[in-house]
Design a protein around this ligand. Structure first.
Ligand code: SF4
Length: 331
């Protein structure tokens, strides 16, 4: 087993909001449970995927890991150190350098007033990295790494296509030599033909710079292409974690099975199974008791409505949180 680079322990992020109370007198505080007790580990050099439907808490988890959001409870250890503990200014800056993010939207994530050179150099300027010449040399090297020409350095983001803009975003995320990059749906805003190019580029850069990725996506085909291990999230909880081969060949949790059955098959003779998962995701303000998936699960029983299932290792390296996991595995 490789070294554990990131260790997330029982992470919770609950957003408070005020509502009028039932009698219409005064108000009370309630919480949106965006992330509700998530634990996972990421090994150095791997690509760890997080998948789930919109609103399941996967992007929120990623933003906590890069410290754009502060958790309500739980710990995030990077290289053994709690990233939310009090740090000196120097340690704080080092952590920022080591954990970077690629955002989903290549349009809004780049400042339209900055040239490409300035977009990529900005993190280095903030962190006072090297001299102006060293920064310029690094920008040109990174532009070459992501497939952009040196003469494009003086152009502005609006002069580029979506795929090219995401290449600029990838270059910017690497400017400070990070060890961990959180990739928050980095190809979902791109045309399908461009997605493969960006994914292949990310794999090349991972090898070249020895990077570790957390890859967040709602697209199982994309995750299957790029990830080594995958966590499936539902309503702020992780319900299954396994290597990609285990997850796609031996899915255990009913929610994972439903997601896999909903993958479109490009063959008109094969009947679509996309109707398997019925109903909407419940509100994270008032999540179901017991197993959070019981309102949509065709196997739900009384125990599921009362008792929250715990994550168990059911095959080597394959974890799932379901009361009926053993029975479902034997089917
Ligand atoms: Fe379905 Fe029960 Fe398993 Fe939850 S614990 S996934 S409701 S069978």
């Amino acid at each position: 087993m490789s070294k554990i680079l990131l260790d997330v322990k029982d992470l919770k992020l609950h957003y408070p909001f005020r509502v009028k109370n039932a009698k219409g007198l005064g108000s009370e505080t309630r919480f949106v449970k965006a992330v509700d007790g998530v634990s996972f580990q990421v090994e150095e050099g791997e690509t760890f995927g997080i998948v789930g439907e919109s609103g399941c808490g996967k992007s929120t988890t990623g933003k906590v890991v890069v410290r754009l959001l502060h958790p309500t409870e739980g710990e995030v250890l990077f290289d053994g150190k709690d990233i939310f503990a009090a740090h000196s200014r120097k340690e704080d800056l080092e952590l920022c350098q080591k954990i970077q993010i690629i955002f989903q939207d290549p349009y809004s994530s780049l400042d339209p007033r900055f040239t490409v050179e300035r977009c990529i150099a900005e993190p280095m300027v903030v962190h006072r990295y090297g001299s102006a010449k060293e920064r310029r040399d690094r920008v040109l090297q990174l532009m070459q790494d992501v497939g952009l020409r040196p003469d494009q350095a003086t152009r502005y983001p609006h002069e580029f296509s979506g795929g090219q803009r995401q290449r600029i975003g990838v270059a910017r995320s690497l400017a400070l030599n990070p060890r961990l990059v959180v990739c928050d749906e980095p190809v979902s805003a791109l045309d399908v033909s461009i997605q493969a190019q960006i994914l292949n580029l990310m794999q090349e850069l991972q090898k070249k710079y020895n990077l570790t990725y957390i890859f967040i996506s709602h697209n199982l085909s994309v995750v299957k292409h790029i990830c080594d291990r995958i966590a499936v999230m539902y309503l702020g909880n992780i319900v299954e974690i396994a290597s990609k081969h285990e997850l796609f060949d031996f899915p255990i949790h009913p929610y994972t099975n439903a997601l896999l059955e909903a993958i479109p098959i490009p063959d008109p003779k094969i009947k679509s199974m996309s109707g398997m998962l019925e109903g909407d995701v419940p509100s994270p303000v008032n999540p179901p008791s017991g197993c959070c998936f019981h309102t949509r699960c065709k196997h739900a029983c009384d125990r599921c409505r009362q008792e929250k299932p715990v994550m168990q290792e059911l095959r080597p390296g394959h974890f799932a949180a379901c009361h009926l996991s053993k029975e479902l595995m034997d089917k």
